[in-house]
Write a protein that binds this ligand. Structure first.
Ligand SMILES: O=C(O)CCC(=O)C(=O)O
Length: 276
């Protein structure tokens, strides 16, 4: 059965993103939501922890981040100080990454579905693989902004093949920090490239011009919506100042028929699982 119509494929190629309401059922969303909360509850925050921030890059030097390529790890909201937490207090988590889909059975069931695999085939993927997954909490009042970027900058293939499969686990609105995209912006080359250098990472600036925020539109969607984004699609999300949560789960697919660069930050080696 087709997941998308020819017209939707044409729209995706034209605009660089596609909004598929009702792609997953509420029960599926609630299953990953519950599991993500349990992972945080059970997580050992006593050890080495790196605060994940998209406004600073210092954390990226941290082993904790680089070795999360094949792990299920929590990353804290910027500014959260583990040392100041009370006994038994759970810190504010920004996200869980980056191999939930391969290491956690609940996320694995959500990710490797015939519908999603069919969709990738219809988008022209020859040998698709999910290179990473993230569960993003965007908690009420705490969820930090994600600055404008495109995913090709982080998961570079030649030619470009990455796409984001972004699932609204909660309703996403302008109030609680929905995605913003720049329609047609996927035709511009990436402005940066984040890659390995030595034991750490660097960001190469390829184009110094700022993103034109006026060119972005909000993607307000109900729970169960799948937003597919081309790897060169500029996107961002704002801080969640509202009292409502905005959980999302995102998978990044690549075509392994393309060359995955050996200095991309995320290296899966032999653990990368081909979908079909
Ligand atoms: O969910 C968000 O707020 C942003 C996610 C994002 O930018 C990404 O997955 O690349």
């Amino acid at each position: 059965m087709n997941q998308i119509a020819m017209k939707q494929i044409a729209d995706y190629l034209e605009h660089g993103y596609l909004v598929l309401e009702g792609f997953v059922e509420e029960a599926q969303c609630l299953a990953v939501r519950g599991r993500a909360e349990a992972i945080v509850e059970e997580f050992d925050f006593g050890g080495d922890i790196s605060v994940f921030s998209t406004t600073e890059q210092s954390h990226a030097q941290d082993e904790y981040f680089l070795t999360s390529a094949y792990a299920v790890r929590c990353f804290l909201e910027n500014g959260v100080d583990i040392g100041k937490l009370g006994e038994g207090e759970v810190p504010a988590v920004n996200k869980i990454g980056h191999a939930l889909h391969d290491l956690d059975p609940v996320f694995e069931r959500f990710s490797y579905t015939p519908e999603l695999i069919g969709l990738l085939e219809e988008l022209g993927y020859e040998k698709p693989a999910f290179i990473q997954s993230m569960y993003i909490f965007k908690s009420p009042g705490l969820g930090g902004e994600v600055v404008p970027h495109c995913d090709h900058s982080f998961l570079w293939t030649e030619p470009q093949s990455v796409c984001a499969l972004w699932f609204a686990v909660d309703d996403a609105t302008c109030e609680n920090g929905c995605l913003w995209v720049q329609p047609g912006g996927h035709r511009q080359p990436p402005k940066t490239r984040f890659r390995l250098e030595g034991a750490g990472t660097v960001t190469d600036v390829l184009d110094e011009s700022p993103y034109d925020r006026d060119a972005f539109v909000p993607v307000e969607v109900p729970r169960g919506t799948l937003v597919v984004m081309h790897g060169q699609m500029p996107h961002y999300s704002e801080h969640n100042y509202s009292p409502l949560p905005r959980h999302a789960y995102t998978l990044h697919a690549i075509d392994t028929a393309c060359e995955y660069l050996s200095d991309n930050w995320l290296q899966r080696g032999d653990t990368l699982r081909l979908i079909a």
